[in-house]
Design a binder for this molecule. Structure first.
Ligand SMILES: [Ca+2]
Length: 121
């Protein structure tokens, strides 16, 4: 599921598969976010607590409200509320996709992007 999600998020040409430039883009992002995950997992549990998740999002340059953070922990976290690396990568790629692709575009592009990310990935 995590792999399918990653492919869908980076498949900007919407062909159902990744070409080499899409794959390289994905791979570079995965490496960056994996490093952020391990840097913010200060308790060395291999998962992110809510506080660690907040720090990881800040380190990734994402600004989200506390309500949104709690929702993300519910949706992507385990029942303990802690988040694994796979869940974190799926979540952060979605955010990355929505924030970066919608930057500088109008509300129409933004809502199209939202529908695309919600439905396809
Ligand atoms: Ca931790």
């Amino acid at each position: 599921d995590a792999c399918r999600c990653m492919v869908a998020l980076m498949d900007t040409s919407v062909t159902g598969r990744l070409n080499s430039s899409e794959f390289i883009r994905l791979w570079n992002k995965v490496i960056i976010y994996k490093d952020i995950f391990f840097q913010t997992d200060v308790s060395r549990t291999g998962t992110l607590s809510l506080t660690e998740l907040r720090n990881a999002l800040v380190a990734s340059g994402m600004r989200v409200s506390d309500d949104m953070l709690n929702l993300m922990a519910l949706r992507y976290g385990a029942s303990s509320g802690h988040m694994t690396l796979e869940s974190f990568i799926s979540l952060i790629l979605r955010l990355d996709c929505m924030f970066s692709e919608s930057a500088g575009s109008g509300p129409d592009q933004m809502s199209n992007r939202w529908i695309y990310v919600s439905m396809y990935t």
